[in-house]
Design a protein around this ligand. Structure first.
Ligand code: NAD
Length: 494
């Protein structure tokens, strides 16, 4: 990474953003705009269109028309592949520009953003582009006088609602398989991180995606998101975000056309450290990175540290040392380890969790407060709280911030019981040199992803998805394709 290039890009003014509907950039139908506040300094960076219900309806109509027209849905797979491959190339060619724009919008440290946002988005789009002409239908093992064929058809119009923590990465997790299978998509980015994803959508059209196949509408969730959710003309809703919004989407589906709803929600992921872990110093550093990078705004963040009692104090000290060594600050400096919290609302919520944790008997080992207030930006010191009991708020509720709760355990059974004591089931980890214990943890901890002797970093070849109230369905890998196809049976009498 070249600091001078980043500095040059951050100095550029950011133009006002409009919707992308039917291949054109259009303002909100009533002219409304939303101020986009940069978490780096709390200043207005630009505006986006504050979408209206009518804007969302227009986007859905365009997506439906494009789907029925067959300009994409009936294209030969090889033709779709070519466009998606070009799109991935364009994302890569514009990676730094996209990453800097995204960081100015959402505050993620640039080192992580460059890799996790355009880097990961391009890899994901390419993965599904490469896969799409290798996915076959099936011939069923029927009796000889009939032929049973199973076709995989696109579902139609997909509504994709995206959160603010990794907009391009998570956007690509939905767009890649949805478009690869021939669907049209209406994208609804988050109010507080839409810019890089909107630019990425423009690049799809530049790559040759026909107008209307991908529409993107900005604005408030309770306005445009609700219209998308309640639409009679959207066939599948795919969502990443909070449980509260996920519940609403299920309700919208029930109240409208019973569209399929796939939810990737929050977590309270346990990171379990046994005294026999192969390298406790390394484990402490990875545990700190696993909760504090991107200011803890990572769905799979290891936010509960469960430590075997005999090593509790030493391990907490090692994690605190690693946390204190992480530089928090301007996310566009390449030597920054932790950037800004996404918004003032999120920062206030994080600090509220710390107050509750101490009121419930927890002790702050490090952090616990806002820092760098003089910048006008939203920064928080990495925070570790010990003495967090099984039922404490910090053990049960997702913070989505740089706050780690620590709980000791005495036995394997107690570790498993603590790990499974929340409504969530997104990710987890166990650190141990004992192979049998590692496999027992994989089987017994209820999660979608279980790490052993590491935390995070799983690539696009494996699914990510939750169990319990962490969601249903999964993103990434070939398994994600199931969400974007209908199975159609042809039963033929011979
Ligand atoms: P959020 O639910 O507030 O918002 C997500 C999206 O939903 C935004 O685009 C928002 O505009 C939209 N929305 C809000 N209200 C809506 C409504 N009434 N109808 C339709 N759409 C609406 O979530 P967030 O704060 O942006 O993201 C943080 C959450 O996302 C955390 O809980 C985090 O754990 C979760 N997350 C999960 C994963 C995963 O893969 N499981 C990944 C990243 C983030």
């Amino acid at each position: 990474m070249d600091q001078s290039k980043i500095d040059a890009l951050r100095a550029l003014p950011v133009p006002a953003f409009h919707h992308l509907i039917d291949g054109k950039h259009v303002p909100a139908s009533d002219g409304g705009t939303l101020d986009i506040i940069s978490p780096i300094d709390g200043q207005v960076l630009t505006t986006t269109a504050a979408g209206t219900a009518a804007d969302m309806e227009a986007a859905i109509t365009s997506a439906r028309a494009a789907f029925e027209d067959g300009c994409w849905s009936s294209q030969a797979p090889a033709a779709r592949k070519k466009v998606l491959m070009k799109w991935a190339d364009l994302i890569e060619a514009n990676a730094l520009e996209l990453a800097v724009l995204g960081v100015r919008d959402n505050g993620t440290e640039i080192g992580m953003a460059l890799k996790a946002e355009p880097g990961s988005a391009a890899a994901t789009i390419r993965y599904y582009a490469e896969a799409l002409d290798k996915i076959y239908g099936e011939i069923a093992p029927t009796a000889g006088d009939v032929l049973g064929l199973i076709h995989k058809e696109p579902v139609g119009v997909v509504g994709a609602i995206i959160p603010w923590n990794f907009p391009m990465m998570i956007g690509a997790w939905k767009l890649g398989p949805a478009l690869a299978m021939g669907n049209s998509v209406v994208l609804k980015p988050s109010e507080t991180a839409s810019l890089s994803l909107m630019r990425m959508a423009d690049l799809a059209l530049e790559a040759g995606l026909p107008p209307g196949v991908l529409n993107a509408v900005t604005g408030e969730g309770r306005v445009v998101g609700e219209t998308l959710g309640l639409s009679m003309d959207v066939d599948v809703l795919v969502f990443t975000g909070s449980g509260g919004t996920g519940r609403r989407l299920m309700d919208y589906a029930a109240r409208s056309n019973m569209k399929r709803v796939y939810l990737e929600l929050g977590g309270k992921s346990p990171n379990i450290v046994f005294a026999d872990a192969p390298n406790l110093d390394e484990a402490a550093k990875v545990a700190a990175a696993g909760i504090f990078r991107n200011s803890g705004q990572v769905c799979v963040a290891g936010s509960r540290l469960l430590i075997e009692a005999p090593i509790h104090d030493d391990f907490v000290a090692a994690v605190a040392k690693a946390a204190e060594a992480m530089r928090v600050g301007d996310p566009l400096r390449i030597d920054t380890h932790i950037g800004a919290v996404n918004s003032e609302v999120q920062l206030t919520a994080n600090l509220g969790f710390v107050d509750t944790a101490t009121a419930e008997g927890g002790q702050i080992v490090t952090g616990g407060h806002r820092i760098l207030q003089e910048t006008g930006g939203y920064y928080m010191a990495p925070t570790i709280v010990t003495g967090v009991t099984r039922d404490a708020t910090l053990a049960q509720k997702e913070v989505f911030g740089p706050v780690l709760g620590v709980t000791p355990f005495a036995t394997d059974d107690e570790a498993i019981s603590l790990a499974n004591s929340t409504v969530y089931g997104l990710a987890g980890a166990a650190w141990t040199a004992n192979l049998s214990r590692a496999h027992r943890m994989i089987k017994s901890v209820r999660t979608g992803v279980m790490h052993i002797n590491t935390y995070g970093g799983a690539d696009g070849t494996v699914p990510v998805g939750g169990v319990g109230q962490s969601g249903n369905g999964s993103d990434k890998s070939l398994h994600a394709i199931e969400k974007y196809v209908n199975l159609k049976t042809a039963w033929i009498k011979l």
